[in-house]
Design a protein around this ligand. Structure first.
Ligand SMILES: Cc1cc2nc3c(=O)[nH]c(=O)nc-3n(C[C@H](O)[C@H](O)[C@H](O)COP(=O)(O)OP(=O)(O)OC[C@H]3O[C@@H](n4cnc5c(N)ncnc54)[C@H](O)[C@@H]3O)c2cc1C
Length: 485
């Protein structure tokens, strides 16, 4: 059995030690790349964690440093072995854990947040549109059954171009789900309810260990495994580490994967409103000059507003008193649902595009926002992440069936090829729509209004976009088709 120990390093001769370390490390705080020391981080006068083997103490001696156990006693941890280690237990990481466990893998999920924190109503005001194909996966993974009464079906989507306080342009786009089938285009769910459902499903799943709150300090990849060092000094060993740790992914950074992208200079204001008349499951998207204003149906006579504004203006709007904020909302909202009033807190999210250049490295894969962060105007960011989950689960299950190494590049490249094109094309489409619609330039207004009107009149185009919104276009992984892994 391998043990990981945390040692406080006592340095005999600082000058000599620094010289020898500099020659090995080439920097102040770097991975110690001596073969016998696995997963070792050096911070002068601080602690070092390494996986013990016979030659480790000798290697330390060579460097003229020696370790004494912290607080006089070695903090020993058994190295726990899993098939897959997931960094990030968010809306991408947890479904991935459930999917892989269903596929027969032993999985560890590590998340920095205390599980009690992100289900608190004050933590996240977002409500996500879950496409029909994503819902099929949530059903297959036993998550949807814990969302009883929390899913608001999206029956229709209406897209219009306008200005605050004016009636919408006469040319608009209307997607009616009945044109392509009986099932709604998707459903709206509050993120916090989805998190509760995921954790409930996790509690009864076999093969998943959730380590939270806990952080990943570093990881080391060798030809046969990846060793992950945790903040508490523990070490996890696996065949694959998945970075589902969001836009600021530490896994992505440590794997040296670059990103491309830019800030939109816009923020997404999110709040919930109560209204007088029933919404009938219709989602409205108004393209206003400063950005899209989405009215998304929620359970009851409630709607979630996702209101894109230039960031400086968004700050001013967030600072308004309740009455001023309600007036600004209703100017954009219009009278179609009767009297309305904002309820609950207001949130703001800075908007940017961020695409990872690669999704994989040996024994490393990225999924969800760690791989792609897009503009929320089409409500597709999480849906892309869920498609990553389904595709990665397919690829890993298939690889294991034929005896392939699940962490090998040849396996992981199949996942990258499958997902990157879909993610980039949707990111580019959302970026283009945001540029085309977030302005008040008259020729562009004319062009986009005619475009909306044309798509609305051409049945096959209209139906294609509806299938796209429902997530039913392209090469769907098994879980998204509602099939077993
Ligand atoms: C205003 C707005 C509205 C949106 N609406 C929609 C919508 O309607 N439909 C839709 O599909 N998408 C929508 N999105 C996008 C969607 O919210 C995101 O794509 C989704 O939340 C990403 O989930 P994730 O799990 O990949 O990342 P995150 O939600 O960022 O989760 C990352 C997780 O990793 C953990 N973590 C971070 N660092 C570490 C670490 N070092 N070690 C361990 N854990 C770590 C974090 O604690 C967190 O739990 C919207 C986005 C915005 C901003």
């Amino acid at each position: 059995m391998m043990l990981s120990h945390t040692f406080l390093l006592r340095v005999q001769n600082m000058t000599k030690c620094h010289e020898s370390l500099a020659s090995v490390l080439g920097g102040r705080k770097r991975r110690l790349e001596l073969a016998p020391l696995v997963g070792c981080i050096f911070e002068p006068q601080k602690s070092v964690t390494f996986v013990e083997n016979a030659r480790a103490p000798a290697a330390l001696e060579q460097l003229d440093i020696w370790g004494v156990p912290m607080d006089g006693a070695a903090m020993s941890h058994e190295v726990e072995t899993f098939d897959v280690i997931i960094a990030g237990g968010g809306l991408t990481g947890l479904p991935l854990a459930l999917a892989l466990a269903k596929g027969g893998f032993e999985v560890a999920v590590v998340d920095t947040l205390d599980p009690a924190v992100d289900v608190d109503p004050a933590f996240d005001g977002r409500v996500s549109s879950i496409a029909d194909a994503s819902l099929r996966m949530l059903e297959e993974l036993g998550i949807a059954k814990h969302l009883d009464g929390q899913l608001q079906p999206i029956n229709d989507i209406v897209v219009t171009d306008g200005r605050p306080g004016e009636t919408a342009a006469p040319l608009f786009l209307h997607f009616d789900h009945k044109e392509i089938g009986e099932t709604p285009l998707g459903a709206m769910v509050e993120n916090r309810h989805l998190r509760v459902a995921l954790r409930t499903a996790l509690a009864t799943a076999h093969g998943v260990t959730l380590l939270a709150p806990e952080r990943i300090v570093s990881f080391d990849v060798s030809p046969s495994e990846v060793l992950v060092t945790l903040g508490n000094g523990g070490v996890l060993k696996g065949a694959l580490l998945v970075g589902a740790d969001g836009r600021r992914s530490q896994v992505r950074k440590q794997a040296g994967i670059q990103t491309v992208g830019w800030s939109y200079g816009q923020s997404g204001i999110v709040t919930t409103v109560e209204h007088e008349l029933p919404h009938d499951g219709v989602a409205q998207e108004y393209f206003l000059p400063s950005g899209p204003f989405a009215v998304l149906p929620m359970v009851g006579n409630r709607a979630s507003l996702v209101w894109t504004e230039q960031s400086d203006l968004a700050d001013a709007l967030l600072g308004l008193d309740d009455q001023g904020f309600a007036e600004e909302c209703s100017k954009r909202f219009g009278p179609y649902l009767g009297d309305m009033k904002p309820i609950g807190p207001r949130w703001s999210y800075p908007l940017s595009l961020q695409l990872a250049r690669d999704y994989v490295r040996p024994r490393i894969a990225l999924a969800g926002d760690a791989a792609h962060g897009i503009h929320p105007l089409a409500g597709q960011g999480l849906n892309l992440g869920l498609r990553d989950v389904a595709a990665l689960a397919d690829v890993l299950v298939d690889a294991r069936r034929v005896g392939l190494d699940i962490g090998a590049l040849v396996t992981l490249h199949r996942y990258e090829r499958w997902r990157r094109f879909d993610n980039v094309s949707l990111a580019v489409a959302c970026d283009g729509l945001n540029r085309l619609f977030s302005n008040d330039v008259v020729p562009l207004r004319l062009l986009r209004d005619v475009g909306l009107g044309l798509v609305n009149r051409i049945g096959p185009a209209r139906r294609f976009f509806m299938r796209l919104a429902g997530g039913g276009v392209g090469d769907l992984p098994r879980l998204m088709r509602g099939d077993r892994l």
